[in-house]
Write a protein that binds this ligand. Structure first.
Ligand code: SF4
Length: 236
């Protein structure tokens, strides 16, 4: 079984391997453990340092991606565009090789999911997203330098707003939208970097790059944004 990408910080309220708050997901996890004993098959810990200024929030681990490898967006298609883009902006270093032990690392950025456990058909239920929201809330509270949140898809966007106690209707999801919630980090929206969205052209590489670039510009003014944008401009 793969190891987790790295233990979360001591004291961070993160789910244990056998978190049972979502009975349906716990049952699916048990079935996957029986069928694939060599897979991670547990709530997937976040990736990146807690002192990062940016947090990317996806929906949930993919069955053969993060649920298999134990690192968010690692091992299936969704990680290809996400991590290539983070590399482009200097928010990651190393070579992404779709394995939790590939040495790939994030800098100035952390990646998590609104639901930490893989759901059947990639679709967490509203109650499951609410249940896992406590961990997302703890995550953001434990990031002292957090200035920007990138939500991948409408459900992740809603999960972030719920943890902030904000009405979803007041801040509707839209690709490329930027939300300024008083007293909170800047929230930017993108369509999810899923194979379905990229195959259908709903999300292109250029569209995703533009959202990340805009968010960096907004939370810049600090070394992260300036350095990252400079590196991107030089095409590194
Ligand atoms: S999705 Fe979150 S709350 Fe639900 S069982 Fe997994 S770790 Fe626990």
């Amino acid at each position: 079984m793969p190891e987790a990408a790295g233990p979360d910080a001591p004291g961070l309220d993160a789910p244990g391997r056998d978190c049972a708050l979502c009975p349906r997901l716990a049952a699916f996890r048990a079935a996957n453990r029986a069928a694939h004993a060599d897979w991670f098959n547990a709530p997937v810990p976040s990736f990146g340092a807690l002192d990062a200024p940016l947090l990317v929030v996806g929906l949930a681990p993919g069955l053969r991606g993060a649920n298999r490898t134990g690192r968010p967006f690692t091992g299936d298609f969704a990680g290809e565009l996400l991590y290539a883009t983070l590399l482009r902006f200097g928010l990651a270093h190393g070579e992404y090789r779709a394995r939790a032990d590939d040495g790939f690392a994030l800098s100035g950025c952390r990646v998590t999911n609104a639901a930490r456990c893989v759901p059947p058909q990639n679709k967490p239920l509203p109650a499951e997203l609410r249940a896992c929201g406590g961990f997302l809330s703890a995550e953001m509270a434990a990031m002292p330098r957090l200035r920007g949140v990138l939500a991948l898809g409408g459900l992740a966007h809603q999960a972030v707003l719920r943890t902030w106690g904000q009405p979803v209707a007041r801040f509707p999801f839209a690709h490329g939208a930027v939300h300024r919630v008083p007293g909170r980090p800047v929230l930017a929206d993108s369509y999810h970097v899923s194979r379905l969205n990229t195959n259908t052209g709903r999300l292109t590489e250029a569209m995703f790059v533009a959202v990340v670039e805009a968010l960096l510009g907004l939370v810049g003014g600090a070394p992260l944004g300036a350095a990252a944008l400079d590196r991107a401009g030089r095409g590194s």
